[in-house]
Ligand binder design. Structure first.
Ligand code: DGY
Length: 325
C-alpha cells in the first residue's frame, strides 16, 4: 500500500491558514502568485492531481473538465455557488463536486443589508461629496434618500441567505415578502408573506433583494418587464449572482428614476462589469465582497478541505456533495 499523500491543486492563492492545512494533509500544488488558469492551463497544472480546489468565477466548463487528467476525482469549490462548474459534465466523468454552504450565510446577509442601506441612503454620493472636498455643509434637502424602516422587502430566493436577510430586515420593521421554490415551514417563515409566483411579489416590493442562485431559469430574471411591476422608486439589491439581472434594463431604469437606486455586490461578466454602471450616481457598487471577512474565508476554505479530506483521505462521500440538477 502506498503512503503517497493525495495531490491537490489549489487554483487560487487561498488564505494562509487554509493553505497550511492543505499543505499538511496533501501534496499541495499552491498558486502563491494567484495566476488565473485558463482551461488548457488548468489541465496542465493538474497533471497527476487527485483533486482540485477552485473558486467562484473560474469557468470549469464541460470542455475544461473533459481535458482534465484522468487522475482528478474531486473538484472542491471554495464557494457556495457552483454555477461555474459544469456538474453534469463532472459527474459523467466520475468526478465528485463539492461546495461550501452555510458558512457564508451571515457575511453575505450582512453585505446585503449594507447594499440595501447604501443604495437607499445614497452612500456613494455622500462619500464622494466628502472625499472630493465638495461638501459645503448640511442643508435640509441634501442627499435625501429612500426611507427603509417599515417598508416592504421582497426576497427572491428564501434559502439560507434569504432567510438571514429577512432576519436582519425585521430589525428595521420591514414587512417581508418572499418567493421560493417551496413555501417555508411557519417557524422559518416567521410571518413572511409567500408568493407562489415571483412576478406577483414584485408590486409588493419597495425593496427587492436577489438571493437566488444563478440557473438557466434565473438568468436575466430582473428584466424590463419585471422592473415595470415594481413600485415607482423601488430599490434593487443583488448579492447573489450578477447574471440574474439584465444590466441594460436596470441601468435604463436607474437613469430614468423608475428605480430609485440599486445596491450591487455582483455583476454579470465580473470583473468586466457593464460600463454603464460606472457613471451612475444612484448605484452603490461593491466588488463581490459578500463573503469577504477573515472568519468567513477561513471557514469556506476549511469546508472545502473537509470535503477533500473526507473523499481523498477517508474514502467517504464528501459532506457537501453537489448533484447535477
Ligand atoms: C460564493 O461562495 O458563491 C460567493 O459568491 C463567493 O463569495
Amino acid at each position: 500500500m502506498s503512503n503517497r499523500k493525495p495531490k491537490v491543486l489549489a487554483t487560487r492563492h487561498f488564505p494562509p491558514d487554509v493553505e497550511a492545512r492543505l499543505a499538511a494533509n496533501f501534496d499541495a500544488v499552491l498558486n502563491p502568485e494567484d495566476r488565473l488558469y485558463d482551461g488548457p492551463g488548468l489541465a496542465a497544472a493538474s497533471a497527476g492531481c487527485d483533486g482540485i480546489m477552485c473558486a467562484a468565477g473560474e469557468a470549469l466548463t464541460a470542455e475544461t473538465i473533459a481535458a482534465l487528467p484522468a487522475s482528478v476525482r474531486i473538484i472542491a469549490t471554495f464557494s457556495v455557488g457552483y454555477e461555474h462548474v459544469d456538474v453534469a459534465a463532472a459527474t459523467k466523468r466520475g468526478i465528485a463536486v463539492s461546495n461550501t454552504p452555510d458558512v457564508l450565510t451571515d457575511a453575505t446577509a450582512d453585505i446585503t443589508l449594507l447594499c440595501l442601506l447604501g443604495a437607499a441612503r445614497r452612500a456613494h454620493e455622500g462619500t464622494t461629496m466628502l472625499r472630493t472636498r465638495n461638501w459645503v455643509g448640511w442643508n435640509p434637502n441634501q442627499l435625501t434618500g429612500v426611507h427603509v424602516t417599515g417598508k416592504r422587502l421582497g426576497i427572491l430566493g428564501m434559502g439560507r441567505i434569504g432567510q438571514a436577510v429577512a432576519e436582519r430586515a425585521r430589525a428595521f420593521r420591514m414587512q417581508i415578502h418572499y418567493s421560493n421554490r417551496s413555501r417555508l415551514a411557519p417557524e422559518l417563515e416567521k410571518g413572511a408573506i409567500f408568493h407562489t409566483n415571483a412576478d406577483e411579489m414584485l408590486p409588493h416590493s419597495d425593496f427587492l433583494s436577489i438571493n437566488a442562485p444563478m440557473t438557466p431559469a434565473t438568468r436575466k430574471w430582473v428584466n424590463a418587464e419585471r422592473i415595470a411591476r415594481l413600485p415607482q422608486g423601488a430599490v434593487i439589491v443583488n448579492t447573489a449572482r450578477g447574471g440574474v439581472v439584465d444590466d441594460e434594463a436596470l441601468i435604463a431604469a436607474l437613469k430614468s428614476g423608475r428605480i430609485a437606486s440599486a445596491g450591487l455586490d455582483v455583476f454579470d461578466g465580473e470583473p468586466k462589469i457593464h460600463p454603464g454602471y460606472y457613471d451612475i450616481e444612484n448605484a452603490f457598487l461593491l466588488p463581490h465582497m459578500g463573503s469577504a471577512t477573515v472568519e468567513t474565508r477561513n471557514a469556506m476554505g476549511f469546508k472545502a478541505l473537509d470535503n477533500l479530506e473526507a473523499f481523498l483521505l477517508r474514502k467517504e462521500v464528501p459532506p457537501d456533495l453537489v448533484r447535477a440538477s
